[in-house]
Design a protein. Structure first.
Length: 699
């Protein structure tokens, strides 16, 4: 992942405040004495407020206590000040903010489309982070970042959803210069079981997003409660103002990355001899020039202004290519400012009907959603802002389309009922592991892909995780609670799938031809592909695949499509692994537990995860040759419902809520992560607040 993308990715799911250039009157709604924070034995904050705004204030404060530095890195991404903080890499982020017209949209729709309830919540969050910044000025990383306000909060929403749906992708193709491209989502899982296949007749849900192990993009665990109906425990990214997945007293839901075509590029038909004039349906239109000055940091103190030009058309934002052509980029995310409203509504939903009403706002640009509730409903939807395209339309939407005929330009997105979805399948289970939305349950209950345009799903097939889940479902008639949890932590490669099939060359090799790596090749040939910390073949496989994937530019998608692996390439990768192991470990029989380590400061434990297994983990090399997780099994959340509500809630993160590398609680959570031992949680205040000495008020 490039340094540039690491700066832009915080706005993928960031919903946060940032420095304002717009007029706005701050309303200090919250009296901090109406906010209480309780830290449990694991350091997880449980926030109690009289109002939703109070709860939002407390969430901002608690997150800042734990990771204010990470929060600010996230806040910068949506502030229009990234170039001042990080130089030319950050300038790409600021340019994208300008290109999509986020500020223009907010000026047009803030007063009409932002409800009073949503505004009060955002004001409470901004007041909380502003109060923390004022109380800790030495921790502020960029002058002028605070105070913040809801209009800039909304700009971050628009920017994040626009990037998420892929609006940044065409920029690199259209213009000279290095601009970020949306990368593949790595390794998330979500599973729901109905009561007809559980031994205790309860409804189970596993929420398991994968992202960075630590830093601005790590998951922050929190419980937020108000007397206005908010009572939600789950995960959010550093600096977000709402918990994005987890459960309340009635229901829960998880999200995984999905893959569809949500962006079109149109080549404008310019009128010869008439500057900045284009033709649409035989009528002439004038491009609106939109120049932006990017303040770019050079060195430690020097900031210079750099100008960039964009344009605006009837089709949306426009860029001029280095060849002098004009291209419009059309997508849905820069037409709505209602994402904060939707997230809050999802948190406060009381049943499937109200949850679907929240989804119907359609401000969440993407993500598969897996849902379960106390009424024994399980529900899957490949959610997203997917353009409506007629079935049978064979145009290649990956290329620029003619921009002079409005009949080629989509006018709406698919409704949530038109998107791939499954409700209460007969077999009693639903799942998604970043695989095809047309494989979410048993065969007879899946959606028919022939009823939707092919652009609804760009990744057709199953990966190792989804294939393994299908094997488990085919092998198991009923699940008890422990079997359900062990399924999510399963470390067995599936018996079949395109990726597994592409490895057949390994078993066809005559190992005696390669005496220098004969033994490791034979280990691989005799391996049952069960990944344990004691497994030597698993360590060799992890290292060799790192070499192969890096050499060929393979991504997570290749776990679905398979890889093109030759005998020569595999043997070369095994030789590279041998050299690495002898240099760093002084032996060939390196175990997976020795190779893959979860590490913070001077503490480290075996990493239980593995690339594209259900506890997915993707590492980078540490100085001693071990692999430490970058993307990992970063948040796990189990919940069981009976007709009265949650009966069990268990969660697990990598390091706990604190960014403090010396934290004893962090070490405890890291050890629990290594052993795959989730901790028990509750939504009930009387069960949570066991020590009044840990209950405190923010300032």
């Amino acid at each position: 992942m490039t340094k540039l993308l690491s700066f832009l990715l915080p706005i993928i799911v960031l919903i946060s405040c940032s420095t304002s250039k717009m007029e706005y009157t701050d309303h200090s709604l919250v009296d901090p004495k109406d906010v209480q924070i309780y830290r449990d034995d694991y350091g997880v904050p449980h926030i109690f407020g009289k109002t939703d705004a109070d709860a939002a204030y407390g969430l901002a404060w608690a997150n800042a206590e734990d990771a204010f530095g990470w929060m600010q890195e996230t806040l910068l991404a949506g502030s229009g000040r990234m170039a001042r903080y990080s130089g030319k890499d950050g300038a790409a982020v600021d340019f994208f903010n300008h290109f999509i017209g986020a500020e223009k949209l907010i000026k047009e729709k803030f007063d009409s489309d932002v409800s009073k309830e949503t505004l009060r919540y955002m004001e409470g969050f901004c007041q909380g982070i502003n109060a923390y910044a004022a109380a800790h000025p030495d921790e502020v990383i960029l002058k002028g970042l605070f105070p913040t306000n809801p209009k800039e909060l909304l700009k971050s929403y628009v920017v994040s959803m626009s990037f998420l749906v892929g609006a940044s992708n065409p920029i690199q193709k259209i213009m000279d210069g290095e601009f970020p491209v949306n990368e593949d989502g790595l390794g998330s899982n979500a599973i729901a079981l109905a009561s007809n296949i559980t031994t205790d007749k309860q409804t189970y849900l596993a929420i398991n997003p994968h992202f960075y192990a630590e830093g601005p993009l790590s998951f922050y665990e929190a419980h937020v409660n108000s007397e206005e109906g908010l009572n939600f425990h789950g995960a959010l990214f550093q600096g977000m103002m709402a918990v994005v997945m987890g459960n309340n007293e009635n229901l829960g839901y998880g999200m995984t990355y999905n893959h569809f075509d949500g962006v079109d590029v149109f080549k404008l038909k310019m009128v010869e001899g008439e500057k900045l004039t284009y033709e649409l349906d035989g009528k002439k239109h004038q491009l609106e020039k939109r120049k932006v000055w990017l303040k770019v940091k050079l060195g430690k103190v020097l900031v210079i202004p750099v100008s960039r030009m964009t344009y605006w058309s009837e089709l949306g934002p426009v860029l001029k290519s280095k060849d002098g052509e004009f291209f419009a980029v059309k997508f849905w995310a820069n037409t709505t400012v209602r994402l904060p409203e939707q997230l809050i509504a999802m948190n406060k939903a009381t049943d499937l009907k109200s949850f679907k009403a929240a989804l119907d706002i359609q401000a969440l640009a993407m993500f598969n959603i897996v849902y379960a509730d106390k009424e024994d409903n399980i529900y899957y939807i490949s959610n997203g802002q997917v353009p409506y395209r007629p079935i049978g339309d064979e145009r290649d939407y990956s290329k620029a389309l003619p921009g002079d005929n409005s009949e080629l330009i989509w006018q709406r997105i698919l409704s949530i009922d038109e998107l791939p979805n499954v409700l209460n399948p007969d077999c009693g289970y639903i799942f998604n592991s970043n695989n095809s939305p047309f494989n979410a349950t048993c065969t007879d209950n899946n959606c028919d892909p022939n009823l939707l345009h092919k652009s609804v799903n760009l990744w057709d097939g199953g990966n190792n995780r989804s294939n393994r889940l299908e094997e488990i479902f085919n092998e198991t008639i009923e699940f008890d609670w422990e079997k359900f949890k062990s399924m999510k932590f399963d470390t067995q490669f599936p018996q079949s799938g395109k990726f597994i099939e592409s490895l057949r060359v390994i078993n066809q090799i005559d190992a005696t031809k390669y005496e220098d790596v004969q033994a490791p090749i034979e280990w691989m040939q005799n391996w049952d592909r069960h990944v344990t910390n004691e497994s030597v073949p698993a360590a060799w496989f992890a290292r060799a695949m790192m070499i192969i994937f890096k050499k060929n530019g393979y991504t997570d998608k290749h776990f679905i499509t398979g890889i093109d692996l030759s005998e020569e390439e595999f043997v070369a990768a095994m030789r590279g692994t041998k050299e690495n192991f002898m240099t760093n470990f002084g032996k060939l029989e390196v175990t997976k537990g020795e190779l893959m380590r979860v590490r913070r400061a001077d503490k480290n434990f075996p990493d239980p995860g593995f690339p594209d297994l259900l506890p997915a983990s993707y590492g980078k090399e540490y100085g001693d040759g071990t692999l430490v997780p970058v993307f990992s099994d970063s948040y796990t959340h189990f919940v069981s419902f009976d007709k009265n509500g949650p009966t069990k809630i268990e969660t697990l993160t990598v390091f706990g809520p604190s960014s403090d590398t010396t934290s004893e609680r962090s070490t405890i959570e890291m050890e629990r992560y290594s052993k795959q031992q989730p901790k028990s949680m509750s939504l009930n205040r009387s069960e949570i607040v066991k020590d009044e000495g840990r209950l405190y008020y923010p300032k």
